[in-house]
Design a protein around this ligand. Structure first.
Ligand code: HEC
Length: 146
């Protein structure tokens, strides 16, 4: 058994020889440059493409307590109680039994898609631009309301 560092060194050397062989052939190579000579050790590492910045979508199930904060911070609570009473919008108690997470998410991002009976289309559409994470947290929170 090689110690791991030795093993990596061996791998690196083999990779380099592959690269040199590839460069010396006529075959198009990812390593080919305008100079056929092996380039002197590069002083600047080739820019590594930044990792895609798409945040990993939080798995279904945001953070309910962060969602509770977001509910206040985004003004949801000015229109919605978390009980059964109406403020401007319907009280959200039991919302999880009236619709699933997808319905709740849609209600937040596109409130006009389904208008709750007896209510007007008064909910702002601006919440669609909340960060995905906040939306997931809000949904997680609303699902806890019984
Ligand atoms: C200006 C008042 C207002 C604000 C602010 C508001 N809503 Fe609403 N919301 C409403 C009204 C009115 C309805 C009912 C009409 C409809 O279905 O769009 C509603 C409907 C909903 C529903 C569907 C309820 C049901 O019983 O099916 C959900 C879920 C909801 N809102 C969540 C939110 C969340 C979360 C926020 C904050 C990010 C928020 N709302 C902010 C007025 C508001």
């Amino acid at each position: 058994m090689f110690p791991p560092t030795r093993f990596i060194a061996v791998l690196t050397v083999s990779a380099l020889s592959v690269a040199v062989i590839a460069c010396s052939s006529d075959a198009p190579s990812a390593f080919s440059t305008t100079t056929p000579e092996p380039a002197p050790a590069a002083t600047t590492a080739p820019a590594v493409a930044p990792e895609p910045t798409t945040a990993p979508a939080p798995a279904a199930g945001g953070d309910a307590s962060a969602g509770e904060q977001a509910f206040g911070a985004n003004g949801c609570s000015t229109c919605h109680s978390t009980g059964g009473n109406t403020i401007v919008g319907p009280g959200l108690a039991g919302i999880g039994s009236r619709g699933d997470a997808d319905y709740i998410l849609e209600s937040i991002k596109d409130p006009g898609a389904v208008i709750v009976d007896g209510f007007a289309n008064l909910m702002p559409t601006s919440f669609a631009s909340l960060p995905e994470e906040d939306l997931d947290n809000l949904v997680a929170y609303l699902l806890t309301l019984n």
